[in-house]
Design a protein around this ligand. Sequence first.
Ligand code: B12
Length: 338
Amino acid sequence: MSGKSAAIDSSELEAVVRAVLAQLGNQPGPAAVAAAAAAAIAPRAPLAPGERSIPELVIESPQERGEVAEPAAGAASKPKESALPADWRFRRPRNAADGVPFRMSELATMRGATPARIVQGRVGTRYPTDKAIGLRAEHAVALDAVHSALPEGFAAELGCVELWTQAEDHAEYLAFPDKGRALHPESRAKLEAEGSRGADVQIIAGDGLAAWALTANGPALLPALQAELTAAGFSLGKPLLVHRARIGVQDEIGVVLGCKATVILVGERPGLGTGDSLSIYTAYGPKLGQDNAEKDCISNIRPLGIPADEAAKLCTELLKRTFAAGGGGVKLTSAGAE
Ligand code: B12
């Protein structure tokens, strides 16, 4: 236990919550990163009798592991990119009593590369209060994202034909996923009347498990994807927007329209701090109940992850390879391995 009392007053609590909320959605700047890193390695109160320590992790470069010769003086040995190179590793400290040799610069590099919560520090066996409250605040954001709704008129704004699945309301959508995989009979009739037949690619937008994600990223992603796919020579059907959609609804739509492939942009199940994250799922050769193993997914489309224009390019490249291989998912992976 730390020597400090666990109780904090309400203004202190409010300040922590405000700080956490202000941070959500923002990449930490270098000064904040360095301060957080310093806090994470600051000396801590000794453990009380009976309390167990959770060993921290140490980050090591290949040079520090002795796998690669130390570079000549002046040579660039530290990563330039704001990402931890693949050959850097974590290990548990060999002897925690010797102290934890964190390297500030590397920790800052890692933190700068992701909004994920890395090396949060501890008080005794617990998170520090601001981290604990921060986790709960991000959890609240994730919950809000699951219950968010598309604004009125959004389908028209995106230029999409508006459809609904068989889930009668959001609670039913969450409790019975299969209802989100089948079109409501009225929407099926509308699709049959208004949908384009036989296109190479049918684009579908869906709210999924975070309508926010579609509201935030759909207006940039949909036109970018249409432009990239058209430039690559694919013919496109009139875009569709499906409310209360699961991935599987692309199967029924693809079968009804007889297109070669479907692409569904959908709000994904939010994690901590990722309430605005959109995924694209592609499916070639539509059939009802098509296995996910035959499909592909591009996840984490949002300003902090894959930006819309880059996702549109990735999706187009993926579809080019899928069409060339005559299938996606495992078939595509095997084709790539040959
Ligand atoms: C839930 C989930 C699962 C669940 C799905 C079961 C269920 N009943 O929901 C389970 C645990 C089975 C699962 C398995 C896998 N998953 Co998963 N999964 C997720 C998660 C957390 C949420 C999906 C979501 O929100 N979908 C949107 C909702 C609205 O649609 P849904 O119809 O309810 O969801 C369907 C799809 O998501 C699909 N699905 C789930 N994972 C995957 C992965 C691929 C490649 C495909 C094509 C489809 C698919 O299964 C769901 C039910 O049909 C995402 C991460 C994220 N936050 O997006 C990862 C995620 C989609 N999964 C991923 C992976 C890698 C896998 C596996 C390949 C893991 C493995 N090595 O076995 C398998 C493959 C599944 C398959 N081929 O059938 C990756 C995909 C990365 C990529 N770009 O290809 C993600 C993005 C996680 C990650 N960040 O790495 N997954």
